[in-house]
Each structure stands twice: as structure tokens, then as C-alpha cells.
Ligand binder design. Structure first.
Ligand code: RNT
Ligand code: ZN
Length: 415
């Protein structure tokens, strides 16, 4: 324990915050890191371009092109991130044996054995996502398609993903979050908004009708307001998603890049919690649109963390990252984003929440504003240093030297 830390501990004690308790809580915080920052969402199962109205821009050298490379890069990133981690996989990252290949509707747990072993060795959990894009049957509509063959194909994919999620949960213990996001929508004003939504309901019901362990596999549905080429209408809009999830007993997944620019996910969490036992988040940074920039230590990420912490909801909210910037070092992108989310949670845990809540209750708004501002200058960075020290990870910018070394010795050699 450094003298700096002891000093900071005292400063926090004075406002009723126990930093040791906070460090214990931080140790249990589990963030699910998305695998797809490592290869710009290419995946390994198809040659085609990224589709579905999402885009990774940039051409920074050294992107992973196969599973061993992606695993090596993930290890490098994980080594620079303190605390507990999980891995968030997409179905398009199936690892096939030499000469073997099956389409998405025939995926089986065995195609994810390499990932299971990866996770077992590192003692981390896995979460999973169906991949309803970047595929010849995902040109515009998937689960809401009026082409029965296509719709059925994606229903089978969803069902296959549930089984794979169940396999991860059974083998690794704990739960596996299976997220469903579909890109279905129209570029221009539709004549019928209802029919695709009715088809989506039928498809989701069919996916969920299979037999699976509902405790181990937590299914979530992610909504979206628009995508590139899907500017006027998305089938799985926010209201659709919340109503579907509420009536079927599955989780809503909110991605903070998927709302109108002035709408804040931090404000939505407390509107969800009274009605939903659990919910899920994709943390990203939207710059003017759903641009999936790396998460910064900004006001909204802190506010999201505060809402989860002060509402005592850490065990009710599944937290995952979702960004993909191909214009910068991909390992650094992961590390910056993950550490910023952890910093935001640390910052939130260091707030004297009962004092602040009481000020609000007794309408002490002047003092509330004053104190919230003063707290921004409290020495939370010293508590962060201690958290990193206890996890054998560099607390300051020195971690970037590791990334530079790795870039020189591994990434640039990939050609
Ligand atoms: C797309 C959604 C979705 C994807 C990932 C790859 O806008 O955010 O979550 O980013 O599933
Ligand atoms: Zn997302």
C-alpha cells in the first residue's frame, strides 16, 4: 500500500466512502470484452464484406485474420486490463477443422471448442451473439424476412446459438448471455411497418421455443434506431424490443449508440429496473451517429456506471463492450475502452451516494451541485493505481509501451 493510497483512503473516509470496500467490489466487476475489435468484425466463416448497416473504417496494420492471431491479440489486451474479464464472441468466429465448413444454421458447439479451451485455460467466462449480418441471406431482412426460406434459415441460426451458449455455460459454469441483434429495416419510408414486426415476433418465438436451460442461458434482444442504408425504419426498434422482451421474459439489451443523440442510456436504466429483473448493455461511444468509437472516460459512461452502482444493480446488469475502430492500434483500442469502463465504475463506487441522495430528497440542490462538482476533483486516480497494483497491471500510460513492443514484434510482421 503506497502512502499516496493511504492519503486518498483518508480523504474518502471523510465523506463516508470506504476505499477498501470499493476495491473489493471492483475485483468482482466483470466486463465482457467483445472479440470483434481485433479484426474489424470480419469473423472467420465468410469471405464477404461487413453488412447490416454497420461499418469499421480505417486500415491500421496488423489485424487478426484467424483464430490463433485473434487469441494472441486478446491475450495481449487482457494482460493490460486489471480485474475480472469475460470474452464476448460472435457466431461468425466459429473455428472449423481443415476442409470443414457449415453454414450458420448448422453451427454446433463443437465449432466453438477452440474458444471454450481458450476460456478454460484463462479461467474466464464467455458470452455469445448470433451473427445475423455479413451473409448472403442477410441482404436486408433476416428474422423478419418475407422469404420463408430465409426467415427459417435465421430461426435455425438463433436456435443453434442458444445451444452453443448453453454449451459455454455448462462447460464454464455460470451464465452465458446470448444476444440477438438483427439489421432488418428500410432505407426509405415503408408502406407497411407492421408486417415485418409480426414476422419478427413469430421468428423470435420460434427461436425461444426450443428446450434450453433458462437460468444458464440469458437471451437478450438489442434494438436500434437506424443503420447505414436503414435510415427510415428498423424492425427491432426500442419499443418493439422492450415490449417483446417484457412479454417473453427475456432481457432487453441497450447499446448506448442506438438512440437519438439527446437520448441517454444512463437515464433509461432506472426506467427498466423496476420492470425487468435483469438487463444488458453494450457500451460504446457514438460520435454524431452510431459510429462505434472507443469508449472514453466521459460524462455519459460515468453516469451509466453511477446509475448501476447507486441502484445496487451490479448483479442485474450484464455489461459488455461494443466498438470497432480500424484506424488505430486494435489492442490499444480494447485496452483504452475497457479501462475507461472500469475507471467509470470505480469513480461511481467512490461517490458518497447516500449523502447525495439525501441532498436531493431534502431539496438541497445548491449543495448537491456543489458537492457533485467537488467530487470530480477527488483523488480517484490514486485508488485506480492501487487497483492496478493489486492486479499486477501498470496503472499509467506505461502500459502503452507494451502495445508498442507488441506492434513491432508481432503486428507489423503480419503483412
Ligand atoms: C450493431 C449492434 C451490434 C453489433 C455487434 C457486432 O449496431 O450494436 O451489437 O455491433 O453485434
Ligand atoms: Zn451493440
Amino acid at each position: 500500500m503506497s502512502d499516496r493510497y493511504k492519503e486518498a483512503q483518508k480523504i474518502y473516509e471523510k465523506i463516508g466512502v470506504n476505499t477498501e470496500k470499493v476495491l473489493d467490489e471492483m475485483q468482482n466487476l466483470e466486463i465482457s470484452m467483445h472479440c470483434w475489435q481485433g479484426d474489424d468484425l470480419n469473423g472467420f466463416d465468410n469471405e464477404g464484406p461487413l453488412s447490416g448497416g454497420i461499418q469499421a473504417t480505417g486500415n491500421y496494420p496488423g489485424k487478426a485474420v484467424n483464430a490463433p492471431q485473434l487469441m494472441q491479440d486478446l491475450d495481449q489486451a487482457f494482460a493490460l486490463i486489471p480485474g475480472k474479464k469475460r470474452l464476448n464472441l460472435h457466431a461468425s468466429y466459429a473455428v472449423f477443422e481443415e476442409g470443414e465448413w457449415v453454414d450458420r444454421d448448422r453451427l454446433k458447439p463443437e465449432h466453438f471448442k477452440a474458444w471454450l479451451e481458450y476460456a478454460k485455460k484463462r479461467d474466464i467466462g464467455i458470452d455469445f451473439n448470433g451473427t445475423f449480418f455479413s451473409h448472403k441471406y442477410a441482404e436486408q431482412f433476416t428474422l423478419s424476412s418475407n422469404d420463408e426460406e430465409i426467415r427459417r434459415f435465421w430461426v435455425r441460426h438463433g436456435q443453434a446459438c442458444i445451444k452453443i451458449a448453453e454449451y459455454f455455460a455448462e462447460e464454464l459454469g455460470g451464465q452465458c448471455l446470448l444476444n440477438i441483434w438483427i439489421p432488418d429495416g428500410y432505407k426509405d419510408i415503408p408502406a407497411d411497418r407492421l408486417a415485418p414486426r409480426e414476422r419478427l415476433t413469430r421468428s423470435l418465438d420460434e427461436i425461444l421455443s426450443i428446450d434450453y436451460d433458462k437460468e444458464k442461458v440469458q437471451v437478450s434482444l438489442e434494438s436500434k434506431v437506424f443503420g447505414i442504408g436503414l435510415e427510415s425504419y428498423t424492425v427491432c426498434s426500442s419499443e418493439y424490443c422492450i415490449n417483446y422482451a417484457a412479454t417473453r421474459g427475456i432481457l432487453v439489451l441497450m447499446d448506448n449508440g442506438h438512440y437519438h443523440p439527446a437520448e441517454m442510456v444512463s437515464d433509461k436504466i432506472s426506467a427498466m429496473l423496476p420492470f425487468h429483473d435483469k438487463m444488458a448493455l453494450h457500451l460504446t461511444r457514438a460520435v454524431r451517429w452510431d459510429s462505434d468509437h472507443v469508449v472514453l472516460f466521459d460524462d455519459e459512461i460515468k453516469e451509466i456506471a453511477k446509475e448501476i452502482v447507486r441502484n445496487d444493480a451490479l448483479d442485474r446488469v450484464f455489461i459488455a463492450t461494443d466498438f470497432f475502430d480500424a484506424s488505430i492500434n486494435r489492442i490499444a483500442a480494447w485496452v483504452v475502452g475497457m479501462r475507461n469502463i472500469q475507471k467509470a465504475f470505480l469513480y461511481a463506487m467512490l461517490q458518497p451516494e447516500s449523502v447525495l441522495k439525501e441532498l436531493q430528497e431534502k431539496e438541497g440542490f445548491t449543495e448537491l451541485m456543489m458537492l457533485q462538482e467537488e467530487l470530480k476533483f477527488y483523488p480517484y486516480q490514486i485508488v485506480w493505481e492501487e487497483f492496478c497494483r493489486r492486479n499486477y497491471v501498470e496503472a499509467g500510460k506505461e502500459w502503452f509501451d507494451r502495445v508498442r513492443e507488441y506492434e513491432e514484434s508481432v503486428l507489423v510482421k503480419r503483412g
